[in-house]
Design a protein around this ligand. Structure first.
Ligand code: ADP
Length: 200
C-alpha cells in the first residue's frame, strides 16, 4: 500500500517520474497540474477559476485545490494507494490532506523530494518551453512559479521532515537513473496497511 506525495520544484521532472512510479506500483497518478490543464482546455467552471492564476504562475487558491483533490481521493481506485504529483503545495493544503487521510485511517506512507538546483530547473523549463509550448513556460512566469515554490511549497520539506516522512531523491542524471533511485528509496519503506486492517 503506497500513499505517496512527490515534492520538488517545477522542472524537477516530477511528472515524468510520477507516471513511471505510479505504473510500477499499480496506483493512480494524480497530477493537480494535469487536472487543471484538462479543465482549462474544456473550459469547465473549475478551469475558468484556475486559469488566470496558472497563466501568471501563481498558485490556485487552496480551497479550490483542496476540494478538487478531496473528490479525487474519494474515488474507488485510490483505495489501493495513490501518488500525488503537485499537491500539496502549501502548508494549509498539507494540513487538509493530513486531516482527510487521518479521518480515513490511511495516512501517507512517504514523501519523495526531488532535489535539483534552480539553475538546472530554469534550463530544463526553457528547453521544455520550446518543445511543448505550455502557456506558463515563459521566462517571467517560470520565475514566478519558482518564487511560489520557494515561498509556499518549500516549507513543506520541514513539515514532512518533522513527521518522519521525507526521503530525498537526487533528480539529476538520466530519466532512467532517477526512476531507479526513486524506486530504490520506495523499496526501503516498510509496507503500511490501513490501521483498520492491522491484525493484532
Ligand atoms: P509545474 O511544472 O510548475 O510544477 P504543474 O503542472 O504541477 O506545474 O501545475 C501548473 C499550475 O497549476 C501551477 O503553476 C498552479 O497555478 C496550478 N496548480 C497545480 N497544483 C496546484 C496546487 N496544489 N495548488 C495550487 N495551484 C496548483
Amino acid at each position: 500500500m503506497t500513499r505517496l506525495v512527490l515534492l520538488g520544484p517545477p522542472g524537477a521532472g516530477k511528472g515524468t517520474q510520477a507516471a513511471r512510479i505510479a505504473t510500477e506500483h499499480g496506483i493512480p497518478h494524480i497530477s493537480t497540474g494535469d487536472i487543471f490543464r484538462r479543465n482549462v482546455a474544456e473550459q469547465t467552471d473549475l478551469g475558468r477559476r484556475a486559469q488566470s492564476f496558472m497563466k501568471r504562475g501563481d498558485l490556485v487558491p487552496d480551497e479550490v485545490v483542496i476540494d478538487m483533490v478531496g473528490d479525487r481521493l474519494a474515488q474507488g481506485d485510490c483505495a489501493a494507494g495513490f501518488l500525488l504529483d503537485g499537491f500539496p503545495r502549501t502548508v494549509p493544503q498539507a494540513l487538509a490532506l493530513e486531516d482527510l487521510l487521518a479521518d480515513a485511517g490511511t495516512p501517507l506512507t512517504v514523501v519523495l523530494r526531488f532535489v535539483v538546483d534552480d539553475d538546472e530547473v530554469i534550463d530544463r523549463l526553457f528547453r521544455r518551453a520550446s518543445i511543448e509550448g505550455r502557456e506558463d513556460d515563459t521566462e517571467d512566469v517560470i520565475r514566478q512559479r519558482l518564487a511560489e515554490y520557494h515561498g509556499k511549497t518549500e516549507p513543506l520539506e520541514f513539515f514532512y521532515t518533522e513527521r518522519g516522512l521525507l526521503r530525498d531523491v537526487a533528480a539529476v542524471g538520466s530519466v532512467d537513473e532517477v526512476t531507479a533511485r526513486a524506486l530504490a528509496v520506495l523499496r526501503e519503506i516498510p509496507p503500511q496497511e490501513p490501521s483498520s486492517e492491522v491484525q493484532p
